[in-house]
Design a protein around this ligand. Structure first.
Ligand code: HEC
Length: 185
């Protein structure tokens, strides 16, 4: 518990320094809550450990992209590489990490994942689409603005967005899934 608070604070400080936009900081704090070197994760085994590791990689990719989009001239190649990792750990690859009923301690997954599998899958697939979208939008200049919540979730729309707005939409997908399907411990 103590470790979690410490790691949260550490990332929090990093992001508050890195971004001018309060909306970006808040979204990222939510996404990265619970990440850090020492948490429940260390005791995990099997598929639970695998999916936690994969989620940790997602957090790493999000941090890498955040580091770029806060800059006035982001490096499209760096964004693209991190976005590929996002895409490849989302979608079906992510869903394979959640075989029915896999709730072994110390998981933070909630049982309703399997009652609401369709919505859970939609969020995992949306993340894959956003990973692909970020590759297409990697060279689009950042706007410094928040994305329209009415942005359609398709590749064509993603490809035309300022890269920081698509990044924020992507972070919302992480948060939406965590809010409903991950226990806050
Ligand atoms: C489709 C749902 C879903 C999406 C989308 C999703 N996550 Fe998760 N995430 C989960 C669940 C469920 C857990 C808890 C897994 C467990 O403890 O077994 C989790 C756990 C985590 C953890 C904690 C891992 C650990 O070591 O305990 C991190 C970090 C994380 N997610 C980051 C992210 C990031 C960053 C994104 C977006 C790029 C993301 N997740 C997208 C469902 C999702």
């Amino acid at each position: 518990m103590t470790d979690k608070i410490h790691s949260g604070t550490r990332f929090g400080t990093f992001f508050i320094k890195a971004f001018n936009s309060p909306v970006v900081s808040v979204v990222l704090l939510a996404v990265l809550a619970g990440t850090g070197p020492a948490n429940a994760h260390d005791k995990a085994t099997g598929v639970v450990k695998q999916r936690m590791d994969a989620m940790g990689m997602l957090a790493g990719s999000m941090k890498a992209i955040a580091g770029q989009v806060k800059s006035p001239s982001p490096d499209p190649d760096a964004i693209s590489v991190a976005a590929q990792a996002l895409r490849d750990h989302a979608g079906d690859a992510m869903l394979e990490g959640f075989p029915e009923g896999s709730l072994q301690d110390p998981t933070e997954a909630r049982p309703k994942i399997w009652k609401e599998w369709e919505r859970f899958s939609e969020l995992a697939e949306r993340l894959a689409l956003q990973g692909q979208g970020l590759i297409l939008a990697a060279a689009n200049p950042p706007s410094g603005a928040a994305p329209e919540s009415s942005t359609p979730h398709d590749l064509e729309s993603y490809a035309t967005l300022p890269v920081d707005e698509l990044f924020l939409l992507t972070a919302k997908t992480c948060s939406a899934c965590h809010q409903d399907y991950r226990v806050k411990k």
